[in-house]
Design a protein around this ligand. Sequence first.
Ligand SMILES: NC(=O)c1ccc[n+]([C@@H]2O[C@H](COP(=O)([O-])OP(=O)(O)OC[C@H]3O[C@@H](n4cnc5c(N)ncnc54)[C@H](OP(=O)(O)O)[C@@H]3O)[C@@H](O)[C@H]2O)c1
Length: 231
Amino acid sequence: MITGANRGIGLELTRQSVAMGDEVIACCRTPMEATELMALAHETDLISILGLDVRIERDMKPIAAGFSRRLDLLVCNAGVLSGRGGLQDPEQKSRNVEDTLMTNVGGVFFTARYFLPHLLAGSEERGDAPGKLAIISSQMGSSTRSGSNAIIYRASKAAATNLARSLAIELADRNIAVGAYHPGWVQTEMGGQNAAITPADSAAGLLKRFAELSMKTSGIFEDYNGLAIPF
Ligand SMILES: NC(=O)c1ccc[n+]([C@@H]2O[C@H](COP(=O)([O-])OP(=O)(O)OC[C@H]3O[C@@H](n4cnc5c(N)ncnc54)[C@H](OP(=O)(O)O)[C@@H]3O)[C@@H](O)[C@H]2O)c1
């Protein structure tokens, strides 16, 4: 299951996952407008589209409760960057700050909370491995690599990485491995056209990282190439 799967990195993760034969629950907040995702879903039975706005807990709760599939990987990818400047950036206004924190931090928290039963889904009774949790963070949230641009986004990603670390500890006794990932600087609406890598390269690297994630590496923060990112 991938959140924010209608464009950018999430869409490419979806495309490459189904190309490998995996079933994907592709989440997006407005399925009727997700034209690229819908076109992809028309080509294969492996994609199910699920309407999900990660900020809205009151909707997510019943959506997750009515969902009956077992998840072997939950990718919290949905994210926003509104306000690319610092203290004087007029875009850093309360509505945008709230949106950024609710999407990038609250959204991860609520998605993990309400879809946790689907990661577990009978694994304890059967004695097999439950699903894993991958959180798409950013090296911009690394306090070792601080900068003065997009400072609310940076703070939100620092919190997303921190959340991944906390969840790795909270979920350890349920055998759920949790990783935080920097996808690279990627050519998407968020990353811009001058970004260093394509969504295809980012997604290919990330899918390898997710496959490698285990209880031994739970709590990891690394980039799409597997390089450790300092906190
Ligand atoms: N691109 C980069 O260079 C880069 C670098 C580091 C980290 N990241 C992270 O990678 C992730 C994906 O970014 P991207 O580059 O693919 O960005 P993008 O092209 O802007 O796509 C963002 C995705 O998140 C979805 N989204 C936003 N708010 C949402 C909400 N409330 N509920 C559900 N979905 C929501 C968007 O859906 P809508 O179409 O409905 O808006 C879209 O599908 C983000 O977490 C981002 O912070 C990106």
